[in-house]
Design a protein around this ligand. Structure first.
Ligand code: NAD
Length: 472
């Protein structure tokens, strides 16, 4: 059982000013796993005050000093790798191979990349008598979701620290343990007091207070569109910068010559392995009308062969959803798909046999989906795929773009030139062709309601900088 009774503020662990507690449960069994304390408005204020104080000296450190700091953070991260693996599996219910192979390496690469970028980053440009300086923006308020609870906090934190900003992190309620380990890593690495602060707490209380706080210079938010709107409203009176990384309804276009074995791998890697709980999940699959039945004959057996089960078992491919609430949401969408006339190919309502205790959903495929249906328009955040038929590539591109979102997209084709031509016309921040992996150091972010701003790598660092001109 994990007992977390303290927040990390100004270089020390402290009990909240008005403590309250949240019980945590294992997504695979529903059994209690621990308790975490919830910070309130006064704790956020203490953390921001500490971060403002620390900013005075930390923002004046040299890139070389920040490289040395991040190198120590990387060493400590590697030392705590296995602790983080256990925490993420327990909190999210993500299978161990996914945590070891994706959750943690994608976070680690953020630290290593920040170090490399700092070695050559041009913070100053001189043009005759004009000097253009990129300076640390101020205190960064970081608000993160539960689905990738190491990548999001680490990615934001190292970009902010590399820029010379100080940080107050408010992680998701359901995933405090990995954030607590991150604070322990920062402490062990000798990050100066006040430079990194952690306030676990409810979004509506601690997250809201952080968004509104006048001492915060920028809020970097990852989560849902509904919450992003609240954050932006709370931040507006102080005119602080807000960057948002939000949800998606990412299309996967199978061009007429697509190899379906490759397409199925894309669905497994980016939709099903995470139980659909990935912002960039390819949840709409666009298939040439005359090849839909052939595609389903390859897809459905592959989906039915997936091992759904306890995330702690090494052979498990797909774990549970994170919570009973998330399970109810996913069931609601499956019911909606049935009610609106989509054809259920596999999966459906209820839990897989033998997995009744946890928040397990059945991997589900719908065909005969019209892009106007709710299951094709709204982010489900569950293992539910909509197969949508198209007649021409022009129509496929139009369907792909016919959503309020624009985070990611996928194209499968034997003809790379054709795939690239389609990729250029999709309004999304990231397009993957032929089941390749994401480059997690490239700019990450969305078009339209999938957010604004970019994170990771040099683009991420740039979000924490302000521009100043000195002339004379
Ligand atoms: P959420 O919006 O419910 O919560 C995100 C964070 O906001 C949490 O820390 C929460 O406590 C906090 N919060 C809640 N109410 C708040 C308020 N009023 N003010 C300030 N903060 C508040 O999202 P979630 O359910 O944790 O995560 C799932 C969502 O995140 C999905 O929509 C997913 O697509 C999105 N996501 C996007 C990316 C990306 O990079 N684009 C990555 C991961 C997840």
């Amino acid at each position: 059982m994990r007992e977390q009774n303290e927040l990390y503020i100004d270089g020390a662990w402290r009990v909240p000013i008005q403590p309250s507690v949240l019980e945590l449960n294992h997504p695979a069994t529903g059994e209690p796993t621990g308790r975490v304390t919830l910070g309130g408005e006064a704790d956020v204020d203490a953390a921001v005050t500490a971060a403002e104080r620390a900013f005075i000296s930390y923002s004046r450190t040299t890139p070389r000093e920040r490289i040395a700091l991040l190198e120590r953070v990387l060493t400590e991260f590697d030392d705590r790798f296995e602790d983080l693996v256990q925490a993420v599996t327990e909190e999210v219910g993500a299978p161990l191979p996914l945590v070891r192979g994706a959750h943690l390496p994608t976070a680690r690469v953020q630290i290593a990349t920040a170090i490399e970028i700092l070695k050559t980053y041009e913070f100053t440009e001189t043009r005759g008598e004009t000097t253009i300086r990129k300076e640390a923006l101020g205190v960064a308020g970081l608000i993160t979701p539960w689905n990738f609870p190491v990548l999001q906090p680490v990615g934001k934190t190292v970009s902010a620290l590399a820029a010379g900003c100080t940080v107050v992190l408010k992680p998701a309620e359901l995933t405090p343990s990995s954030a607590v380990i991150l604070a322990e890593i920062m402490d062990a690495a000798g990050v100066p007091a006040g430079v990194f602060n952690l306030v676990t707490g409810r979004g509506s209380v601690a997250g809201s207070a952080l968004s509104a706080h006048p001492g915060v210079g920028t809020v970097s938010f990852t989560g849902s569109v509904a919450t992003a709107t609240q954050v932006a409203i709370a931040a507006a009176p102080t005119v602080k910068r807000v960057t948002s990384e939000l949800g998606g309804k990412s299309p996967h276009i199978l061009l007429p010559d697509a190899d379906f074995a490759v397409a199925v791998e894309t669905a497994k890697s980016w939709l099903l392995a995470t139980t659909g709980q990935l912002c960039s999940a390819p949840s709409r699959t666009l298939v040439p009308r005359d090849r839909v039945e052939e595609f389903l004959s390859v897809l459905v057996p592959a989906v039915e062969a997936l091992r759904v089960g306890d995330p702690r078992a090494e052979e498990t491919f797909m774990g549970p959803l994170i919570s009973a609430e998330q399970w109810d949401i996913v069931q609601g969408y499956i019911r909606r798909g049935l009610d609106e006339g989509a054809r259920l190919e596999t999966g459906g309502l209820g839990k897989p046999a033998g997995l009744e205790a946890g928040h397990f959903a059945r991997p589900t495929v719908f065909s005969d989906v019209d892009n106007a249906m709710t299951i094709a328009q709204e982010e489900i955040f569950g293992p539910v795929m909509s197969v949508i038929a198209y007649d021409t590539v022009e129509e496929a591109i139009a369907i792909a773009n016919d959503t309020p979102y624009g985070l990611a997209a996928y194209v499968t084709s034997g003809d790379l030139e054709a795939a690239n031509a389609v990729a250029e016309r999709i309004r999304a921040g990231y397009v993957l062709i032929n089941d390749t992996d994401f480059d997690w150091t490239a700019p990450w972010g969305g078009y339209k309601r999938s957010g604004n701003g970019r994170e990771f790598g040099a683009a991420g660092l740039g979000e924490y900088l302000e521009t100043k001109v000195i002339r004379g």
